[in-house]
Design a protein around this ligand. Structure first.
Ligand code: ADP
Ligand code: MG
Length: 274
């Protein structure tokens, strides 16, 4: 799906400050890939490079990020560098940026923000039909229609985030990038959102990249895990193997700093929920 090959990414128009340093990583079809690492290790920068969002002054200095998709209507293969991913946004690729809950406009009802954000083709059958499809989709995750009529402040943080996650998935993208989607939420709400993301991935069979500094989150739902430290990936592999047999001191420390591994791995979590 995505091939990241020896990519160095940073910021700055005059100078260049490296944030991601020579990273190689593959995002496979139909998997949940976790990115872990402490604050400032380059997780969000890597996500922006994969999304192809260069609006923040981000620059790929060397290396490549390439995506391999299939046009849903024509069936034609799409093979493109991330600089061209903009045309795949909201179609093949959805992105839930870090701090996304605060990007909602407080003065606008959720419905308007959601519908305005979708690509024009979704509105072709008329606004009412689109609204109904959104209502049906939200209902699939236990979200009631009235969340659409609310202003952001009328919803709890967890509810807002669940709506954002649902909307990111509504277009059935092949790749969902979620940057710290559960950070700052309490454990019970976190778990609901994680379950929802696992369910989306199971239903849509797409690729989910989940960025979190919280190793407990990765333990619960990711299939594979990459550990970032100071802009580099120090270790990557199946999540269960990394937890069972961490190779790098930094990874060992991250695991050791978990208070206690509670919850279960995703198969059990989903089974429990069903
Ligand atoms: N928009 C930006 N402009 C300049 N530097 C940035 C920007 N965003 C992040 N950085 C820097 O890049 C490095 C990696 O940050 P980031 O990717 O946000 O890490 P993480 O998501 O792991 O906390 C940090 O040193 C940070 O200060
Ligand atoms: Mg970040």
């Amino acid at each position: 799906m995505i091939t990241i090959d020896n990519v160095t990414v940073g910021y700055g128009t005059s100078g260049f400050v490296t944030a991601v340093d020579g990273v190689s990583l593959t995002i496979n079809d139909n998997e949940i890939l976790g990115i872990a690492g402490e604050s400032g290790s380059g997780k969000s920068t890597l996500m922006r490079a994969v999304y192809g969002d260069f609006s923040t002054g981000l620059r790929i200095k060397s290396g490549t990020v390439r995506g391999h998709f299939e046009d849903a209507r024509t069936g034609h293969a799409i093979d493109a560098p991330s600089s061209e991913f903009g045309k795949l946004w909201w179609d093949q690729i959805s992105y839930i940026p870090q701090g996304s809950m605060s990007v909602l406009n407080p003065l606008m009802k959720i419905e308007k923000q959601v519908i305005d954000g979708l690509p024009d083709r979704e509105r072709q059958g008329g606004r009412r039909a689109l609204r109904q499809r959104i209502v049906d989709f939200l209902a699939g995750f236990g979200l009631e229609e009235n969340v659409l009529n609310a202003y952001p402040h009328q919803l709890s943080g967890g509810m807002r985030q669940r709506v954002l996650v649902a909307i990111a998935a509504f277009v059935n993208p092949r790749l969902i990038l979620a940057d710290e989607p559960t950070t700052a939420l309490d454990v019970v709400v976190q778990k609901k959102i994680l379950l929802m993301m696992v369910e989306i991935q199971r239903r849509q069979r797409n690729s989910l990249v989940l960025v979190s500094h919280d190793m407990g989150v990765h333990y619960q739902i990711t299939d594979r895990l990459a550990i970032m430290y100071k802009g580099k990936i120090v270790e990557a592999g199946p999540t269960a193997e990394i937890f069972a047999n961490p190779q790098h001191d930094y990874t060992r420390n991250l695991i050791a700093s978990l208070p206690r591994l509670h919850g279960k791995r995703s198969a059990d979590v989903v089974g429990e929920h069903a």
